[in-house]
Design a protein around this ligand. Sequence first.
Ligand code: NDP
Ligand code: MG
Length: 389
Amino acid sequence: MNTNGKKKIAILGSTGSIGTQALQVIEEHPDLYEAYVLTAHNKVELLAEQARRFQPEAVVIANEEKYEALRDALADLPVKVYAGTDALCQIVQEKPVDVVLTAMVGFAGLRPTISAIRAGKAIALANKETLVVAGELVNRLAHEYHADIIPVDSEHSAIFQCLAGEVSPIEKIILTASGGPFRTFSMEQLATVTKAQALHHPNWSMGAKITIDSASMMNKGFEVIEAKWLFGVAPEQIQVVVHPQSIVHSAVQFADGAVKAQLGMPDMRVPIQYAFSYPIRLKSSFDRLDLCKTAALTFEEPDTRRFRNLELAYEALHAGGNMPCIVNAANEVVNRAFLEDRIGFLQMSEVIAKTMREAAFIPQPTYEDYVQTDAEARRIAASCVGGTK
Ligand code: NDP
Ligand code: MG
């Protein structure tokens, strides 16, 4: 905590879905939190607007070509303006920063997250790709530099909340999945679904990449990997259960058979706020869950035949080493290709599986190995996508 008693928060990706909701949380508690750093990749106008409203110490635009536009837009304000990835990595280490919310998307989040960990900052982790790619390394560094990692992902926040006050080990994690917009679709239907259909998630409004990942269930596969690293459980201890209503955000089963679940409306501001306020809870004006007005809560097993990505993620988790990094890189390529109408829905898993077979396996990767693996897997996946045009 700093001079004015407010927690100073650096939001990596303040213009995105998580980032803008985090700013709403800060707005709800202006006496407790301060947006100290705001960052974006390309959206100069929105970032400048946010800077005007929240008066942060500094803003960073990752795309260096946008630096001048941002600097000009903020010329009349005493806000420091920086550009580039190096600046992102430096700014999170600034002394006054208490919490770094990692709300960037994809592999790009890894370096700044590691940088923040090395400075011992508390990490409110939304960027799940960081743990998918390099969970072992990130955990080791977090331990070494005494950096707390608090999950923001709704399922992992739910598990984290279920574990509060518990001292006994987890028997099983029950990770809920909405099943996405194509939960009931046949293979024939899946073969022809469009990006517009995929972008229409039934329960959550999120950024485009994670919305596609939710439709393909790669998001759930990544969350299995994320759960392993956050909670130290074996893959066999994580059960994915499809729960279309997204009211039970996840659950934990203990040695005596007792199951604790966390329920609520699907609203990311709740886990974001909890990550900021942990271990206490703050009041909020967000919608309340009324169980009497809630339709039946239903649960079913996922179908890994139609949603092969889930199986590929488990395979990667079992293989260990750089395999999850390979899957993540291939997924970033096919996700974008699907968004650009260059690949069909079912082909996404095919390309990922092929990349897993072809990229070099490294059992104990270093940070540099991850960077190389990411580049190699992207190359392989991109060439496959080219072939399936
Ligand atoms: P969005 O696409 O909405 O936002 C991404 C943010 O990151 C934007 O501010 C964007 O800037 C910035 N950004 C993108 N690429 C880069 C880059 N290469 N370098 C620097 N900044 C970059 O994503 P979401 O908010 O949906 O997701 C963010 C993370 O949180 C993801 O890892 C996702 O998996 C995770 N998450 C999201 C949930 C949600 O409800 N949205 C739920 C659980 C987890 P710009 O706007 O300028 O492009
Ligand atoms: Mg989630």
